[in-house]
Design a protein. Structure first.
Length: 308
């Protein structure tokens, strides 16, 4: 069945004409793939959920960097309604023509030459049995069996309850010496002092915090009440950031649409003059190789684009 398609992810931050042999883009492509049904959106969903498992890490990180700038990657279909074998061949050719980032031949985040997909792949009974055997007899099962039937003391149960509810930690109120012993505690204190004193001001205070550190700081602040003045200041800063982000995003979008409009001005005006319906917009989208959403935005801002 001809149910497969070729898709491309484009970077909205890089808008100009990119030509690779017989194909043109108005944004820089960074990933080429093929699939069917909802495969085209799988990379975007993975980045939004902050999951890398089973996906190209470089591609996911690229999408996340775009999302952090309040933008979305441009996703287009290059070929549609093609067979599995044709899809593999076209993917291999496109990746070869455009070039891969890891090989230094182009901008694509693809880590292979393409064509590795499998058609209606199913696990064999032998593989299923191996997976089932590992789950039922693996390391976690052995640990579970060792603990099975072991009764916990009342003191142990109370400590687990307090730790789980966050009401009290068994370490709360204890000094380093009580936790680690005098010798180990003194060693830790000396190491901490040396690590702090040997760093410059920029190393101590100017380094950007990782997401893990930020999350820990956020957890510490949970439940702490803010004053009305503090709340008002936070609201003003947030409103300002939103306004600037919205303005910057609109300017980026208009600049991108302006390039599309200038490159395909005659076709766009001709199609808009004939009619304004879904099929007409879709036909124009395929003709000039631009996503349907951009066509609608060009129509919406046509007067602004003409005056720019």
């Amino acid at each position: 069945m001809n149910e497969y398609y070729i898709y491309a992810y484009l970077d909205p931050r890089k808008f100009e004409k990119f030509t690779y042999k017989n194909i043109n883009f108005i944004n820089e492509p960074f990933y080429i793939g093929f699939g069917k049904k909802e495969r085209i959106f799988s990379h975007l969903k993975s980045a939004q959920r902050n999951k890398h498992s089973g996906f190209n890490i470089i591609c996911i990180d690229k999408i996340k960097s775009i999302l952090q700038e309040h933008l979305l990657p441009i996703i287009i279909k290059i070929n549609d309604n093609i067979s599995f074998d044709d899809a593999k061949k076209i993917e291999i050719k496109l990746i070869s023509d455009i070039g891969r980032l890891d090989l230094g031949t182009g901008p694509l985040c693809n880590l292979t030459s393409g064509g590795q997909g499998k058609h209606n792949y199913k696990l064999s009974d032998e593989t299923k049995n191996k997976i089932n055997l590992f789950i039922t007899t693996g390391r976690n099962k052995k640990i579970s069996d060792k603990l099975l039937g072991v009764k916990k003391t009342k003191e142990h149960i109370e400590k687990m309850r307090l730790n789980a509810t966050g009401k009290q930690s068994f370490l709360k109120g204890k000094t380093f010496i009580e936790i680690y012993g005098k010798e180990k505690a003194n060693e830790l204190i000396i190491n901490m002092k040396n690590n702090f004193s040997n760093k410059t001001y920029d190393e101590r205070f100017g380094v950007k915090k990782s997401m893990e550190i930020k999350q820990k700081m956020s957890n510490i602040r949970k439940g702490v009440k803010k004053s009305e003045a503090h709340k008002q200041k936070l609201k003003e800063n947030l409103d300002k950031q939103r306004m600037l982000a919205k303005l910057g995003q609109k300017n980026k979008m208009l600049n991108r649409l302006k390039i599309i409009f200038e490159l395909h001005k005659n076709d766009i005006i001709q199609y808009f003059n004939i009619s304004e319906n879904y099929n007409r917009y879709l036909a124009l989208s395929k003709k000039i190789n631009v996503d349907y959403f951009s066509i609608k935005q060009i129509k919406k801002h046509i007067n602004e684009l003409k005056s720019m």
